[in-house]
Design a protein around this ligand. Structure first.
Ligand SMILES: Cc1cc2nc3c(=O)[nH]c(=O)nc-3n(C[C@H](O)[C@H](O)[C@H](O)COP(=O)(O)OP(=O)(O)OC[C@H]3O[C@@H](n4cnc5c(N)ncnc54)[C@H](O)[C@@H]3O)c2cc1C
Length: 512
């Protein structure tokens, strides 16, 4: 089959790699020079920066993403790392000397002695969900079934609770609630919208100290957080190279303007320059609303798909400030990545995001050192610092372009509390606003990570009402993220090939 893939971001590339592996002819179409979408690098004054994912899970070759890549012969060097968490009143930064896997629990008990009972219950709940995660990937068997049942009974009383209800039930102090709910702001989600079973997985203890073992009894048990050595762009570059080595093509600087539909079936793509590419299957990604309203045409959708498109909520944008500096900032922040929360009011922060009010760093920001795992990103003697916040796609007052310098200066001032003297060491500066992200991703509304993980929300399904038209990428996934987008696209490919076969269009090549 000939498969036209609109968008060479992670979703399109992962789908394309599966298709290329199975002998299909893949044509990647992307408006950018390089593959990767938000995983491509930003560059300024001799420095490089990651403008998308920072720290990733599932990259080991005995985990799902690493295993998939290895099956294609792609082996990326990765390094395990962790992140710190800082609030206006206390820090949860890994101790210099390793204090065991429970150090955060003990530290929280010291900080909040009146909340000991709730803290212990949280970690019982955490352990049970980690056990369920592990056992779900194991062989069935009676013993495992019993272990699963025991773990399930531990979490069952909470299964109908949102993160807000759950943390309010366990903890009376809002500062403690923020330790677990704060990360939801990254997903632009209110604690009232997300099921509480999500909490352990977005707050995995192994993410907060790289010395915590990920194995139990010789088996991989907990997820581990890793960086790709040399930068995250190595992943899309490797997938793109794989496709090109397998008879594929990459049309860079090329905009797809229309999906060609004939008799309810996708038959190709019309490019902005008027050329038409005929194909047996078309894959789209990026903004679901833009793709279906503008490239496909809503008239081809059924009521159900239209409703999903109308109702699902994509995340908002990010404001990123990339700095090249001539000092070593890791003397002040030990970890490559630290979250600095500025407010305990998650609900208020999310309201602001959704109503176009930018908090200008006051609700929180991240400081990240990308060259720690990609030394070539900075010239000798220099380093990279990325400071970023979530933000509304459009500002209620003013626009990003005219206010970005002011916002960047404000973030530098805030960051100087942790990296003293920062402003005197800046030798390169690149500001990336929601407007830049819109251009980079070809979206009308920048949405940095896919669909907000709202409980029971349905996101646009991979198989669409138009035959041979598939939708992949962050906006077909809840919560987004590299492993979810990549594995989602692999699943989409398998479903698409199965649907194609079921129609009796002949055996597709390959093992699916
Ligand atoms: C700031 C930031 C931080 C992140 N942090 C993490 C993290 O720490 N961990 C993690 O796991 N994930 C993280 N993510 C999420 C992850 O990077 C993304 O979910 C994933 O890379 C999205 O891939 P995609 O293919 O859906 O979309 P994109 O990367 O947006 O790619 C879509 C591509 O399609 C192209 N395109 C769209 N329409 C057209 C058209 N009509 N014609 C031509 N080209 C078109 C666009 O130009 C773009 O190149 C982060 C993302 C961002 C932005």
């Amino acid at each position: 089959m000939k498969i036209a893939v609109v968008g060479a971001g992670l979703g399109g590339l992962s789908f394309g790699a599966c298709a290329a592996r199975d002998g299909h002819e893949v044509i990647l179409i992307d408006k950018n020079d390089e593959p990767g979408g938000v995983m491509a690098l930003a560059r300024e004054g001799g420095f490089s920066f990651e403008q998308g994912p920072l720290i990733l899970t599932d990259l080991r070759e005995d985990e799902a993403v690493g295993g998939f890549l290895a099956s294609l012969g792609i082996h990326l060097e990765t390094v395990r790392d962790d992140r710190g968490l800082s609030t206006p009143d206390f820090d949860l930064i890994p101790p210099e000397e390793y204090e065991g896997p429970d150090w955060r629990k003990r530290r929280l008990e010291e900080l909040f002695p009146a909340e000991k009972k709730g803290i212990r219950e949280y970690y019982r709940f955490y352990d049970a969900l980690m056990e369920i995660r592990f056992l779900s990937g194991e062989k069935k068997g009676l013993l495992n079934q019993l272990r699963l049942l025991r773990a399930f009974l531990t979490v069952k009383p909470y299964e109908n609770m949102t993160c807000r209800r759950f943390t309010e039930k366990l903890f009376s102090d809002e500062k403690l609630r923020l330790v677990f709910n704060g990360i939801l702001a990254d997903f632009c989600a209110d604690a009232d919208e997300v099921q509480c079973f999500t909490l352990p997985f977005v707050n995995t203890e192994t993410a907060f100290d790289k010395r915590i073992p990920t194995e139990k009894k010789g088996k991989l048990y907990y997820p581990s957080y890793r960086y790709i050595v040399g930068g995250c762009q190595k992943l899309p570059e490797a997938l793109c190279a794989y496709i090109l080595e397998h008879n594929g093509r990459f049309l860079s600087r090329t905009v797809a303007e229309k999906v060609l539909v004939e008799a309810g079936r996708a038959v190709g793509v019309r490019l902005e320059d008027g050329r038409e590419i005929r194909a047996d299957m078309v894959v789209g990604c990026g903004s679901a609303r833009d793709f279906f309203t503008e490239l496909v045409g809503e008239e081809y959708l059924d009521g159900n798909y239209r409703r999903i498109l109308r109702d699902f909520r994509p995340m908002e944008a990010v404001f990123m400030l990339h700095l090249g500096v001539d000092f070593d900032p890791s003397a002040f922040q030990k970890q490559s990545l630290c979250y600095y929360y500025g407010s305990y009011d998650l609900h208020g922060a999310v309201e602001k995001l959704r109503s176009g009010v930018y908090h200008r760093g006051s609700d929180g920001y991240l400081i990240y050192f990308p060259d720690r795992h990609a030394p070539a990103f900075a010239p000798p003697g220099c380093h990279c610092v990325t400071i970023y916040t979530v933000c509304p796609d459009r500002l209620r007052e003013g626009d990003w372009e005219s206010r970005k310098e002011l916002f960047a200066d404000e973030l530098i001032r805030l960051a100087e509390e942790h990296l003293p003297g920062l402003s005197e060491h800046i030798v390169a500066k690149k500001i990336v606003t929601a407007e830049d992200y819109r251009r980079l991703t070809h979206m009308k509304k920048s949405s940095f990570g896919g669909a907000v993980p709202i409980w029971k929300q349905r996101n646009p399904p991979y198989l669409t009402p138009v035959k041979d038209l598939i939708f992949v990428g962050a906006q077909s996934e809840s919560g987004g993220g590299v492993p979810i987008v990549l594995l989602g696209a692999v699943e989409a490919y398998e479903k698409a090939i199965r649907a194609n076969r079921a129609e009796g269009k002949g055996p597709a090549a390959g093992p699916v």
